[in-house]
Design a protein around this ligand. Sequence first.
Ligand code: SF4
Length: 430
Amino acid sequence: MKDIICNGCSLFCDDVAAETVSDEVKSLGFCRLGHVHLSTSLKVQEATAVVRENGRERNVSINDALEAACDILLSDEHPLLFGWSSSSNEAIREGLVLAAALGGYFDSSTSLGPLQAMSHSIHDLKLDIDLEYVRNNGEFIIYWGNDPTESLHRHPSRFAVLPRGEKIPEGIESRTIGVVDVRETETMKMANHRIIIPVGSDSELLNTLTSELSGTTSITGPVLGIPVVELLGLVRGLQKSDCTVIFYGSGIINSGHTNENLSAIAGLVKALRNNGKEAYAMPMFPERNTMGAVITANEVASSPGSIDYSNDEPVTTPGFTALQKLATREFKVSLIAGDDVLAMLPGPAAKALAQTQLVYIGPPGGLTDKRAAVSIHTPDILIMGSRTMTRLDMIQVEFKPWPDEHVAPLGMTEVLIKLREIIQKRTTGK
Ligand code: SF4
């Protein structure tokens, strides 16, 4: 078996191994999600392409697909380039260069919540620890508004709940686990504190805990239907812990109250620190390279997303994303990289996107691929290797080719480079 790094989710487990026996995948250490991702990725080891016209689909060469994609992209002065949260950092970088060459609008699936979360002032609180630090020091772990057993399966077992660490000699026995959610979750089964709250009441509970910890008010009766004894038990646990880490997820980010919720988490972190304790808050983005999409766009264009290249200088539009522009039917043509965005977007935005002429680059399957006029199917970087993604805690991870050292000549990055070269040739003659 060969040691590899899994990219089935944003944890990039590097303690796993896999081999193929008669085209079947045998894996060691992977979670169910990772094993399925490995098996699916293995089916695409070389780039292929299809075009669709009048409801009919036909296989074409990559060169023909590239020419057809250029015809579509150049038919609009201001195409949308969207997706990217499952693409490598190198592909995202090329996507930004392509957006500039096309005079297009670059945005990523991070505008569905993560972008707002990453732009919040909570990040001024020096929250930059990594998951290894959590493994070694995290004493009170709170999963708030997310269930890692659904999307980041090995988060509890590798980093936050089960493993021993430098200051956590007994593993789970040395930690306290809290789960706050709007319903009972699998992760609650391993928690010491299980709190179920009404939808949309996260900030109220956070502010109640902060007030109690700061001594400004006292909990004297149930809050949000939670008995006093449970609330005070949670507060006592927080007071005892030397290092508390809150992992917040879509319940906080996609609730429609992102800013209010993150400000309330920041308040709790500050209250704990004012009591002389270590405290941190980290997001739980399951999409594989959400962090890479945010960081790479920031490096290249000084903005984590929503970048308009229709003028000579890129213009960023914070707070105004592709979603709003889709709602006003601003785009006629879209290039989608990697993500099945038609399955991810809210209904009205998905409908508007589906009515644009679509070019898709990425793994086969999914609504977006099937709807595209041109699809170029590329191998995953798990197969390609030699590309990077950025882990949930902003650590950059480089992949190695699998199952053997043979590297396919065309992955998403190379396809984007070729597209740009053809476009530049057609528009400038060079
Ligand atoms: S937790 Fe994520 S990275 Fe780790 S094996 Fe599962 S899918 Fe792969």
